[in-house]
Design a binder for this molecule. Structure first.
Ligand code: HEM
Length: 566
């Protein structure tokens, strides 16, 4: 008995040696293979698991080892294999033969994308990336194959030119079924889908949505009054109220009322706003590690995404098969209801993805900037007073009539209002990563050659607060910088460095709508009420609680008190 055990152990050792060599060899082969033919994360793990099982079966039935030793031999083979893959990958990423070797960056970022994902997860990417640029210079290696380039000159070639770069795999949403405008990476395919969306944003269509926006702004005014009644100091959670407004108005614009969203009244008991934010965060964080996203997709943590998918499916179903809708809502274009613009019908999966994006693209973004707008105005009384004076002078009869519709032309003609909107966009955009892929031939970016296939990004916050683009006081809320004369002689205000809506083929289609909405909400709320921050509000907690992961999350709300002006 004991001699047979010894023999078996000896055989195992012998086979282990040859197997470990084979494992290292196969590991090396795998590194080369994956380098040439990148695979999805879930497919790779499934292949490894299958190979482990096949190895164990081979050991048991061909080599005639016991079940235990064949399983152990197979597992040890793949442990060596995995160790080789990881070691060689790390060494390669740090070695002079890596195409990005000459670009500086923190050691851990050069080794793994997990560090970048973690940075996004903290919600402080917009602060960390500029700090890295301060330390390392214009080009920083923020991931094994990722460069952040802090240069105004890089914005046009990467995003805005006719040869702008395609989106990176950060836009691959795990294993979600169906595709959507926002997630399509290639320029040609994306342009084709954009042609379906774009007519919905023609000026005449957007102008037609004025009645919807106006009606919801009146609802917001009433909501503010209601929420301030019977509570200490009349404090309202302004960030929440604005978020609820933004969902309601986007429900109208996207589904022509078929969505019957009424969060300003219901208070969002289903948690759609937080569900939407978590979904955005999942996409933004895991987008930095797409292979991991493929795996995590199957875990309960992405349940919220599926809940939001169902929400989106219900909305588009209600619009498609219900009786409600408008002939100019966004859904009417996606569903091909316009005779002159009949596209190939979209699949149910694709409609769901478009529907999910359609409502979120315009809600959280706009409400985030508006919350920042009120934060800046309420903490800068001089600027707030100047805006209120301008509005009072433009609409002297605002309180005397029941019809408080504000004319678009009149709003557009107000210089200080426009300056405030520009300044709020500069300091309040939910700063995304905007990663793009350099074409195979490589490119000169900010005076350095960047190899083809590199993922590059210009960080919006770094550009929008850079003294080279905005000076003096680049971090201060100073709408005056946008007016003739600026902040005095030597003022620098570089509009082209505003990346709020991005540029080029992938840029925001809702820009005009968003600006129109901001003008409406700011004007109505300031004309109707005198605003102060609530005595219960803690400014430091608010500022510390701001996290940016493509969506702006206010962990601690903006608490304000609104007193009717007449
Ligand atoms: C202040 C509010 C808004 C901001 C800051 C904003 C910002 C952006 C940005 C930065 C992108 C490009 C994202 C990327 O490439 O990763 C984008 C795309 C987009 N936005 Fe907005 N957005 C806002 C409001 C809206 C509104 C109200 C709508 C209306 C539905 C909208 C619709 C879209 C669409 C359809 C795209 C995708 C465009 C494409 O891929 O071709 N956005 N937005």
């Amino acid at each position: 008995m004991s001699s047979s055990l010894e023999t078996q152990a000896f055989e195992m050792l012998q086979s282990f040696d040859s197997h470990s060599l084979a494992a290292v060899g196969s590991g090396l082969f795998m590194v080369l293979f994956l380098h040439r033919f990148p695979q999805r994360g879930d497919s790779s793990v499934a292949a490894v698991l299958l190979a482990v099982v096949a190895g164990a079966v081979y050991g048991k039935y061909v080599l005639e080892l016991s079940l235990l030793s064949s399983a152990l031999t197979s597992l040890s083979f793949f442990a060596y294999h995995a160790l080789t893959v990881v070691t060689v990958t790390v060494l390669y990423r740090l070695s002079p033969i890596h195409p990005l070797y000459k670009f500086p960056g923190p050691l851990i970022n050069r080794i793994t994308s997990l560090k970048l994902a973690h940075m996004v997860w903290t919600g402080k990417r917009h602060i960390v990336i500029p700090a890295l640029h301060e330390k390392y210079g214009v080009h920083v290696r923020t991931g094994p194959n990722t460069l952040s380039i802090n240069s105004y000159s890089a914005i046009a070639p990467i995003y805005a030119s006719s040869t702008a770069y395609p989106k990176s795999n950060a836009y691959t949403p795990g294993r979600m079924h169906g595709d959507g405008l926002f997630f399509i990476q290639g320029i040609d395919e994306h342009n084709a889908r954009r042609r379906l969306w774009a007519p919905a944003f023609m000026p005449n269509v957007v102008a037609g949505w004025k009645v919807l926006v106006e009606k919801r702004v009146w609802d917001l005014l009433a909501c503010i009054q209601r929420r301030g009644e019977g509570v200490p100091y009349g404090t309202i959670n302004l960030s929440d109220a604005i978020q609820h407004w933004s969902y309601d108005v986007m429900g109208d614009i996207t589904y022509g009322g078929a969505a019957s969203l009424d969060l300003m009244n219901t208070g969002d008991p289903e948690g759609y706003v937080s569900g939407g934010q978590v979904t955005t965060v999942v996409f933004e964080v895991l987008g930095e590690v797409p292979s991991l996203f493929d795996l995590i997709w199957y875990l309960p943590v992405t349940r919220v995404v599926r809940r939001m998918e169902k929400f989106a499916q219900d909305l588009i179903d209600a619009r498609q098969h219900g009786l409600v809708g408008r002939n100019d809502d966004i859904a009417s274009f996606l569903l091909g209801e316009h005779e002159d613009k009949k596209p190939e019908p979209l699949s149910r999966d694709t409609l769901r993805v478009e529907s999910l994006f359609g409502i979120q693209a315009g809600s959280d973004t706009t409400s985030g900037v508006l919350t920042f707008a009120f934060y800046h105005l309420l903490t800068n009384p001089d600027q707030y007073g100047r805006l209120r004076d301008e509005l009072d002078a433009a609409f002297p009869d605002y309180h005397d009539t029941d019809d408080t519709a504000l004319s678009l032309d009149a709003l557009n003609a107000l210089p200080y209002l426009s300056a405030c909107v520009d300044e709020c966009l500069r300091l309040g955009t939910p700063f995304p990563g905007l990663p793009r892929v350099v074409p195979d031939s490589g490119a000169m970016l900010a005076e350095k050659f960047v190899p083809g296939g590199t993922i590059v990004a210009v960080n919006p916050w770094a550009q929008m607060t850079s003294p080279e683009n905005f000076s003096p006081q680049p971090h201060a809320f100073r709408p005056e910088r946008w007016l003739p004369g600026g902040l005095g002689p030597g003022t620098v205000t570089r509009r082209g460095a505003i990346m709020s809506f991005s540029y080029g083929s992938f840029s925001c289609l809702g820009r005009a709508l968003a600006i129109q909405e901001m003008r409406y909400v700011l004007s109505h709320l300031i004309l109707k009420y005198d605003w102060k921050v609530s005595p219960e509000w803690d400014r430091k907690k608010f500022e510390d609680g701001i996290t940016n992961m493509r969506t702006s999350i206010f962990e601690y709300p903006l608490l304000a008190v609104a007193t009717p002006r007449k």
